[in-house]
Design a protein around this ligand. Sequence first.
Ligand SMILES: CC(C)(COP(=O)(O)OP(=O)(O)OC[C@H]1O[C@@H](n2cnc3c(N)ncnc32)[C@H](O)[C@@H]1OP(=O)(O)O)[C@@H](O)C(=O)NCCC(=O)NCCS
Length: 146
Amino acid sequence: MGYIILEPGTEDELEKYFNLRYEILRKPWNQPMSSTKDEWEDKSIHVLMVDENNEAVACGRLQLNPNEEGQIRSMAVRDDMQGKGLGTKIIEYIEAKAMELKLKNITLDARINAVKFYEKNGYVIVGESYLLFGVIPHFKMEKILE
Ligand SMILES: CC(C)(COP(=O)(O)OP(=O)(O)OC[C@H]1O[C@@H](n2cnc3c(N)ncnc32)[C@H](O)[C@@H]1OP(=O)(O)O)[C@@H](O)C(=O)NCCC(=O)NCCS
């Protein structure tokens, strides 16, 4: 596989990263580009996967919460690349980073369509969460790190 995982830093990498988040997580629900970023960007480690043509194919971020807790957010894989294991590679990168930082657990709010994906990666449902855009139920999930 000619895929590379990087932490976006250049203007070009950051643009590709935020565009992918927007395209997959916001645009289908007619949300504005401005809704893509939140107040936690500076407290997060951003992860982007590009293909051999340097096109963005997958991304995610590890938000650093208080009390040595990590939170996975903004997980997105390009439509035509879903179900090929790329999302799992992003999770593995994020978890390795979390271990390196000695975080105790990783929490996340999973869209209902993504619950199975996180379960396959060892996360368990710990409760119900919010309703996004009035239509997407979320479940709070967690994984304790060794
Ligand atoms: C959810 C998402 C990040 C998963 O990434 P992915 O690259 O498609 O997932 P993977 O190929 O790594 O899947 C790993 C496993 O989870 C399963 N899986 C993935 N998405 C699934 C889904 N929607 N329903 C059921 N199982 C799913 C896969 O079948 C695979 O299992 P296998 O190893 O037995 O084949 C990606 O599909 C996506 O961006 N979806 C749209 C946006 C979204 O919902 N993001 C999550 C917001 S919380």
